[in-house]
Design a protein around this ligand. Structure first.
Ligand code: FDA
Length: 316
């Protein structure tokens, strides 16, 4: 109980810092954290990412690429980020790699102007369409859920190659799932990575897990090629027995996991004949992404805290 409260407090602290950039300087300048960053991020440049993607493809993984960045403060930065996605899609197509990308709408200017964001993201969806690719619109905190789903819907209607993300911790998600199933929009189901208030999101792990399982089973029965994004072995086992019991073929859904997380589980699922898509982030703006990964696992946090204290100690 006390351990659980401690872990929750640490998680909250790191998510808080992720949004405000308050630990950015400490984390980005401590050499000891670099090894941990490179476990979760496939490099700072497109070339480095392509090398990482090729290694994954050689080991029979599918991939989706995230050009790191979020919450841009001007239109120029959003257009530049869209340009990086277009360049990435071209490079993936040339390299015969998966032309599948994951995009955060605050990076495309959602907070500046939703109409501008739609136009910027449309450029990415149009490029993906020309190379037979796919664009997954990542989901951010609950204040962005409605505008994010609206843009995903609009681009899905225009190109048919755009999918959405639903977070199991949100209380609204069962109704979002029903609507997305009716619309035939591909859904990635995840637990949710942001710090959310109790009136909009379940706070207990058990409640989030129960919500995940219920939504997962709905998607497996009626969804369009759902993506089960989790590293939770209990939920993965549950998915495996559910599809076995309902005669759902492995070609009708996929598992998704983050680059560097539970690589053992990723390998095992591929060996057992399942499709596993690895979410591969790259770019210089890795701080908020990295902080959310730390928040998900107390052991990661302790590693960084220890290195920060160690560095400080050695400087004093
Ligand atoms: P849980 O947190 O219960 O972890 C289960 C086990 O996985 C842990 O016990 C540990 O072994 C391992 N693990 C999990 N996270 C780890 C980490 N960071 N480091 C080391 N081990 C770790 N969220 C969101 O809000 N919007 C989005 O668009 C996405 N997109 C997305 C795509 C993909 C492909 C994945 C896999 C996840 C996301 N997420 C996301 C993140 C998601 O919401 C969630 O925060 C993480 O996946 C962690 O939750 P798990 O389901 O893995 O379970």
């Amino acid at each position: 109980m006390i351990r659980d409260l401690g872990a929750r407090a640490l998680r909250g602290g790191f998510l808080w810092a992720a949004e405000r950039g308050s630990l950015r300087k400490a984390v980005t300048t401590v050499p000891a954290t670099h090894a941990l960053v490179s476990r979760f991020v496939a490099g700072e440049t497109l070339d480095e990412a392509v090398a990482g993607l090729r290694a994954l493809h050689d080991r029979r993984f599918r991939t989706t690429v995230d050009v790191l960045g979020e919450s841009v403060s001007d239109g120029h930065a959003a257009e530049e980020a869209a340009g990086q996605y277009v360049a990435a899609l071209d490079a993936l197509a040339r390299g015969a790699l998966d032309t599948n990308v994951s995009v955060k709408l605050t990076q495309m200017g959602l907070d500046l102007d939703p109409a501008f964001c739609l136009a910027t993201t449309r450029r990415i969806a149009a490029t993906a369409a020309t190379v037979g690719g796919f664009v997954r619109i990542d989901m951010e905190d609950h204040t962005r859920t409605d505008p994010t789903l609206a843009i995903a819907r609009q681009l899905h209607a225009e190109t048919g190659n755009v999918g959405a993300v639903v977070q199991a911790y949100l209380r609204r998600s069962a109704s979002d799932i029903e609507r997305l199933i009716t619309e035939g929009i591909r859904v990635r189901l995840c637990k949710g990575a942001y710090s959310e208030p109790a009136d909009v999101a379940f706070q207990d792990r058990a409640e989030v897990d129960a919500s995940y399982i219920a939504l997962m089973e709905r998607l497996l029965i009626d969804g369009t090629y759902p993506a089960l994004a989790t590293h939770d072995p209990a939920i993965i086992d549950r998915a495996r027995s559910f599809v076995r019991a309902h005669g759902i073929d492995a070609s009708r859904f996929e598992f998704q996991m983050l680059y560097g997380v539970r690589r053992d589980l990723q390998e095992r699922l591929v060996r057992d004949g399942f499709t596993v898509r690895v979410y591969v982030p790259f770019g210089r703006d890795w701080y908020p992404y990295f902080m959310r990964r730390l928040a998900e696992r107390p052991a990661n946090v302790l590693f960084v805290v220890r290195s920060l204290l160690g560095e400080r100690g050695s400087r004093d």
